[in-house]
Design a protein around this ligand. Structure first.
Ligand code: DF5
Ligand code: ZN
Length: 260
């Protein structure tokens, strides 16, 4: 199913500036062709250790809602998989569509999901801060998890219940204890490839780890995402939907899989 015609003029200002990054050779998102991915037996299982007390707050940054974590120590970290060392969790956010027929950034054999979760981590060994890591070659690791329409997701509901408090751009609400591991599918299988941020500054600093198995969320939960606004209080309301970047060319890249 092709995506809705994506007229750049309709795009949120954030994306209007980027029709393509001049000279980009490893841009994201991409369509993962399962049969072209290469099984790599050297890929280790991904190890995730998130400390729920490092969760700080939720905020609406004008292109998604984002949950920020205290990344001042190695408390919420990932390691293993394709990674040389551990990476610290900085934030997670989502991308979604106006309707269930589209919304994810990555696709699998051209299959698009209604939403996609991104857990953003940075390399504290090669960088002293997230902001610095954004500019480093492999400064960031983003874990992508597809959301599909299905059963109610109890763990996600705690997030959904807080969304009305961050309806408008630049609003924030405290979010004390939350373990994002509850948003990970139990299946360990993933694809991995070298890519970029999918919003400006679009820097080519991301090792992507895309989980093969989606998590299930129900219709009401997706509709709560769609109640958020791109706009600040007092501005003419623009619903926060279709905050995904169009597919980017694979160019000279191979997608590796952790599974046969
Ligand atoms: C230097 O100025 C910056 C730096 C980073 C910014 C940003 C604006 C939005 C998101 N970020 C991000 O950190 C960011 C952007 C995209 C993604 S994504 N969708 O996971 O590729 C993750 C994180 C501006
Ligand atoms: Zn994202």
């Amino acid at each position: 199913l092709q995506r809705a015609p994506c007229r750049y003029a309709d795009l949120h200002p954030l994306w209007q500036s980027e029709l393509s990054v001049s000279g980009g050779t490893r841009q994201s998102p991409i369509n993962i062709q399962w049969r072209d991915s290469v099984y790599d037996p050297h890929l280790k299982p991904l190890k995730i250790h998130y400390d729920p007390t490092t969760c700080l707050y939720i905020w609406n940054n004008g292109y998604s809602f984002q949950v920020e974590f205290d990344d001042s120590a190695d408390k919420s970290v990932i390691m293993g998989g394709p990674l040389e060392n551990h990476y610290r969790l900085k934030q997670f956010h989502f991308h979604w569509g106006a309707i269930n027929e589209w919304g994810s950034e990555h696709m699998v054999d051209s299959k698009v999901y209604p939403a996609e979760l991104h857990l953003v981590h940075w390399n504290p060994v090669t960088s002293t801060s997230f902001e610095e890591a954004i500019m480093e070659n492999n400064g960031l690791v983003v874990i992508g998890v597809f959301l599909k329409l299905g059963a109610h997701h109890a763990g996600l509901q705690k997030l959904v219940d807080a969304l009305p408090a961050v309806k408008h751009k630049d609003t924030i609400v405290e979010f004390d204890v939350f373990d994002p591991s509850c948003l990970m599918p139990s299946c360990p299988d993933y694809w991995t490839y070298d890519g970029s941020l999918t919003t400006p500054p679009l820097t080519e600093s991301v090792t992507w780890i895309i989980k093969k198995t989606p998590i299930e969320v129900d219709q009401n939960q997706l509709e709560e995402f769609r109640m958020l606004l791109f706009t600040s209080a007092g501005e003419e309301e623009k619903r926060m939907v279709d905050n995904f970047r169009p597919l980017q060319p694979l160019m000279n890249r191979t997608v590796r899989s952790s599974f046969r």
